[in-house]
Design a protein around this ligand. Structure first.
Ligand code: KG4
Ligand code: ZN
Length: 336
């Protein structure tokens, strides 16, 4: 059976085709990064309008790459929460219309849970029960996952998400948007111990994060506290050291909170998803953590870490559980 899935929660318009045995036949992503770059972040109305323009071509491409037509589709899946409401509405509307027109069931998928499910998809075997970490532009949250359909929230960020901190620090350092990959590239030439940036809640057992103080510390390290005299940070060793030291602080906090979550839950698998998990330094440190703790690391390749519609294959689990969306399904911007 073929599933057609749609993702439009933020600034990526995406569609995927997969089967009821979780085989991904196509995974098409149209990035809007170029449209938002000059604003230094995602502009919601521009994102919604771009989804409106891109969605049909992306759907057609997903079907073409899978070598099927709409009439082959047996179920439609869509990320309906969380995200930018105007962006979500485009994908949810399209999915509802497709499901009605094709007379097939509609399945609503939580985008954050889907980031963890990307680990299951990539592993091609069971990874549950596990500890799940989602670390993206909108979320930094730990879950105790009994199964794909039962994820208990353990704790999250009190302020900025880790990816948001990468984006904001990239702006401070003049590295452009999206910030994560740019900071990672800059950090390769820097000394990660040049600046002792704060690592929030490291001494606490609580599974919480905070990145806004770290972002401010980078700002002050760049410009001093008199921001009215702020000069752009010049390319060179100092900028590379700032990027590397910032990245190291984020990575260390994320890794140590995963260690605490593994120890507190006793789970034998750590699943990590979301855009920040594309970061190579983070992946290396996670690998080391899992070796030290004697647990298995489930982490997707970078294309399944950042936003995509294939991770909505969580819908396959919902299909077997007969968990279908109601006809009045709405977009929900907040994380439930
Ligand atoms: O999961 P995602 O594509 O979208 C959301 O659901 O938010 O994550 C996007 C975030 C952005 O903040 C981006 O800067 C960050 O992931 N990101 C990275 C890297 N690639 C993407 N952060 C650090 N290193 C990377 N290589
Ligand atoms: Zn995401």
């Amino acid at each position: 059976m073929y599933f057609l899935a749609i993702e439009s929660s933020c600034d990526e318009t995406a569609a995927a085709v997969f089967t009821d045995s979780r085989e991904v036949l196509s995974n098409v992503v149209a990035s809007q990064a170029d449209l938002h770059a000059r604003f230094g972040g995602v502009v919601p109305e521009i994102a919604s309008r771009a989804h409106l323009r891109n969605l049909l071509p992306v759907l057609e491409e997903a079907l073409a790459q899978a070598r099927i037509t709409l009439s082959d589709i047996g179920c439609v899946a869509v990320h309906h929460t969380p995200g930018l409401v105007g962006s979500l509405l485009i994908g949810v509307s399209a999915a509802k219309i497709l499901a009605v027109a094709l007379e097939v069931p509609l399945i609503a998928v939580n985008h954050v849970a889907a980031h963890i499910y990307a680990c299951r998809l990539a592993a091609k075997r069971e990874i549950f029960p596990c500890v799940g970490l989602v670390v993206s532009g909108g979320h930094t949250a730990l879950f105790d996952c009994d199964s794909a359909l039962n994820m208990r929230f353990l704790g999250g960020t009190r302020d900025d998400a880790a990816g948001e901190a990468f984006d904001k620090v990239a702006a401070i350092l003049g590295l452009g948007f999206p910030g994560g990959p740019a900071v990672e590239r800059e950090a390769r030439h820097g000394n990660p111990y040049a600046y002792a940036f704060p690592r929030a809640f490291l001494d606490s057992e609580r599974l919480e994060f905070s990145f806004s103080g770290l972002k401010t510390a980078v700002l002050y390290a760049c410009h001093g506290q008199n921001l009215s005299r702020a000069q752009p940070v010049e390319p060179g060793p100092r900028r590379a050291d700032l990027a590397a030291s910032f990245q190291e602080a984020v990575v260390e906090v994320l890794v140590e909170k995963c260690r605490q979550a593994l120890q507190q839950t006793g789970r034998g698998v750590l699943a990590v998803g979301g855009g920040v998990s594309a970061n190579q330094r983070f992946r290396e440190q996670l690998q080391q953590l899992c070796e030290e703790e004697g647990v298995e690391l489930a982490i997707p390749p970078p294309t399944l870490c950042t936003d995509n519609a294939a991770m909505a294959a969580l819908a396959v689990e919902k299909w077997y559980a007969k968990d279908f969306a109601p006809p009045d399904l709405d977009a929900e911007p907040n994380f439930l």
